[in-house]
Design a protein around this ligand. Structure first.
Ligand code: SF4
Length: 361
């Protein structure tokens, strides 16, 4: 039986057994389920500033996890190996606009890639296709290369295929974790400064059920929860998650409908609604990655900053924004954003906002 996924603006209409454009949600028995539930591709103990969060428990470390799949198709994706990876067993179009209901959406094809920031995830990788089970995942803190390896065993659910910048396929391993197992690991890591869990690296909301179940358990155990997201999800999903999320960093990749629709395959209004409601319910910081010639005008930054300041009934000027420098990655080969441009746009944002940070400079 055909089913429609309403998590994001694509509203994929999927026949039985088919997977949506994000590569992470599948029609099973007439129900849309998260096929990436509990399937991790990256795990690291990171400084919270790396998410980036500048004004939420600064100086702390947080267990950071990623899975696979993304609802956007940014050609400059910084984490494309993970975000665009697909299980090798998926022979049903693997998200390349499979089942997209273009009648109700932006009308642009989606090929799935991830958020344009926070690269450097510790991907769980293997070049040995014969490896069956048992993997070492390194949880490293600042200044540590590979200390205190956490050894886990996992059931191998089958290979995950990612593509490098040249389009060649390579294998990513998946480690299966239950929320309880992650909570137990996070509690052990408190002696090393861990405060909780961050859902990051790929787009967490394409597997929002795992975020919800895990975040609730972390709260029950007195730990913090962070979501790093592109904000392209429905209000229903957001309201389900808000009670169990303490802080978010949300991408606001551009501030024109064309940029979202034509360049990254998303919906600006859905993202704005998400940010607006999230800012009412938890600590929110915003990231804008500056792509030369695409979203680097002072007038756009001025309009964006004024909109952020208008949030929370006009008290949003204390919402932090991270203005970040782009580097060539994935399909986008234009030269890196100049540091001067990032600083200039940060100054523009400061006309309206109190906390403006520059990134990757
Ligand atoms: S979350 Fe995935 S399956 Fe659901 S509508 Fe968005 S792209 Fe399609």
């Amino acid at each position: 039986m055909r089913a429609i996924c309403n998590v994001c603006c694509h509203h994929c209409s999927l026949e039985e057994g088919r997977t949506g454009a994000c590569g992470a949600r599948t029609n099973k028995g007439g129900q849309i389920t998260a096929s990436n539930y509990g399937r991790l591709t990256a795990l690291a103990l990171d400084p919270i500033e790396k998410k980036p969060l500048a004004r939420f428990m600064p100086g702390s470390l947080i267990l950071s996890v990623g899975s696979y799949g993304c609802s956007l198709r940014c050609p400059f994706c910084q984490n494309y190996e993970i975000a665009s990876a697909r299980p090798a067993c998926m022979d049903n179009a693997c998200g390349e606009s499979a089942g997209r209901n273009t009648d109700r959406t932006t009308g642009s094809a989606v090929t799935s890639s991830g958020p344009g920031r926070e690269s450097g995830a510790t991907a769980i990788t293997s070049s040995d296709p014969g490896q069956e089970s048992g993997s070492s995942i390194t949880c490293s803190g600042p200044g540590q290369e590979s200390g205190n390896n956490k050894i886990i065993t996992y059931k191998d659910p089958g290979p995950l295929i990612g593509k490098n910048s040249g389009g060649r396929e390579h294998r990513l391993e998946i480690a299966e974790y239950t929320p309880q197992e992650l909570c137990s690991l996070a509690l052990d890591l408190r002696t090393r400064g861990n405060i909780g869990i961050a859902f990051t690296y790929n787009e967490p909301l394409v597997g929002w059920e795992f975020v919800r179940d895990t975040a609730r358990l972390f709260h029950e155990n007195g730990m913090k929860t962070v979501l790093v997201t592109n904000g392209m999800a429905s209000q229903e999903i957001l309201q389900e998650l808000l009670p169990c999320i303490d802080a978010m960093n949300i991408d606001l990749k551009g501030f024109t409908e064309d940029y979202y629709r034509e360049f990254v395959g998303g919906d600006l209004n859905m993202v704005k609604d998400f940010i607006s409601a999230a800012a009412e319910g938890c600590h929110v910081e915003i990231t804008k990655l500056i792509i030369p010639g695409k979203n680097d005008s002072e007038s756009e930054m001025r309009r964006m900053a004024a909109w952020i300041a208008s949030l929370r009934g006009g008290t949003g000027k204390d919402i932090p924004i991270h203005v970040s420098r782009y580097f060539p990655r994935y399909k986008w080969t234009a030269p890196a954003t100049s540091v001067k441009t990032v600083y200039r746009l940060a100054e523009t944002a400061r006309e309206k906002l109190d906390y403006v940070y520059t990134g990757n400079c």
